[in-house]
Design a protein around this ligand. Structure first.
Ligand code: HEC
Length: 131
């Protein structure tokens, strides 16, 4: 009986801990450009399509110590909301001068999903965000 109780407690702690960990990263994103709710699944993880586009298109300039005059950028350089603004307003000079190449609308959405999901302060198991 005592043993069963222990197992129940351990199981509870594991499940609770895991769900707290998973919820630390956002799992949805309202895209301001298309006004659609994006579900942040597999493709928004660091091994997914969005990360590949980031490495392939953006990191050619935004790598550490680059000679292109581009600031070093990685997902945590900006908060999720700030990344949304980058793609909604396309304010960086590189977005205006064609350096983003021929990224389709869908590529941009996937890239935005990845950066949003992994943006600053999204990985925090002790997140104060209780909503
Ligand atoms: C050909 C090189 C090049 C490529 C490719 C490139 N950038 Fe840039 N980017 C720059 C340079 C140079 C600047 C700084 C320009 C300035 O602000 O005057 C910059 C600035 C930025 C900024 C503003 C910096 C900040 O701290 O807010 C953001 C955001 C950004 N780029 C995002 C991206 C993203 C996302 C991609 C990929 C889709 C990308 N860039 C691809 C060269 C590039």
């Amino acid at each position: 009986m005592r043993k069963a109780g222990m197992i129940a407690v351990v199981t509870f702690v594991l499940i609770f801990g895991y769900s707290a960990m998973v919820q630390a990263a956002p799992n949805k994103r309202l895209d301001p450009g298309t006004q659609t709710c994006r579900i942040l699944g597999f493709d928004s993880m660091w091994w997914g399509e969005g990360a590949k586009i980031f490495r392939g298109t953006c990191k050619s300039c935004h790598s550490r110590d680059n000679d292109k005059g581009a600031p070093f950028l990685y997902a945590e350089s900006k908060s999720p909301e700030a990344w949304n603004r980058v793609f909604f307003q396309k304010y960086p000079q590189c977005a205006k001068d064609g350096s983003w190449g021929d990224l389709s609308q869908n590529d941009q959405l996937l890239l935005n999903d990845y950066l949003y999901r992994n943006g600053a302060n999204t990985y925090n198991p002790y997140s104060a965000d209780c909503g």
